[in-house]
Design a protein around this ligand. Structure first.
Ligand SMILES: [Zn+2]
Ligand SMILES: [Zn+2]
Length: 138
């Protein structure tokens, strides 16, 4: 029972939209194969797993869906920093730039996951981001 569920694989549950951060949070979980749980009939105190606030939700607010991060949730917005590449094409460009930089900087270095290689690669990604940022602004 220690299986980890990611956002896109989580099972359906009785959920509410968090009043504070807008995430869709589970208020009553059930296993659809063994226990087709009825909708909650009275107001329930639900603690948001994201922003940790507890509110009472009425049965009318509770519906069946998969829990998911809210589009307006500040925590999930923060998880997507502004300097991240915006789309996959930009991501590819960044990967190519970073590889070229890393290849130059790791000239004659033995290619294995050594601390030097790992740190040079992350330096190269940062450098490539700065380059992309400049290109975007020009
Ligand atoms: Zn949230
Ligand atoms: Zn919340």
């Amino acid at each position: 029972m220690s299986q980890v569920h990611y956002w896109d694989q989580v099972p359906e549950a009785w959920v509410v939209r968090c009043m504070r951060c807008s995430c869709i949070i589970t208020c009553r979980a059930f296993d659809p194969r063994t226990s087709p749980e009825d909708a909650p009939k009275s107001a329930l105190p639900v603690t948001c797993s994201c922003c940790r606030t507890t509110h009472h939700y009425h049965p009318g607010d509770i519906y069946r869906a998969k829990p998911a991060p809210g589009v307006q949730c500040p925590a999930w917005k923060d998880a997507r920093p502004a300097d991240q590449p915006r789309d996959s094409r930009e991501r590819n460009t960044l990967a190519i730039c970073a590889s070229v930089i890393a290849a130059i900087r790791l000239h004659r270095e033995e290619i294995r996951k050594s601390p030097k290689v790992v740190s040079t690669v992350s330096d190269s990604v940062n450098l490539a981001k700065i380059v992309l940022e400049k290109v975007r602004a020009s």
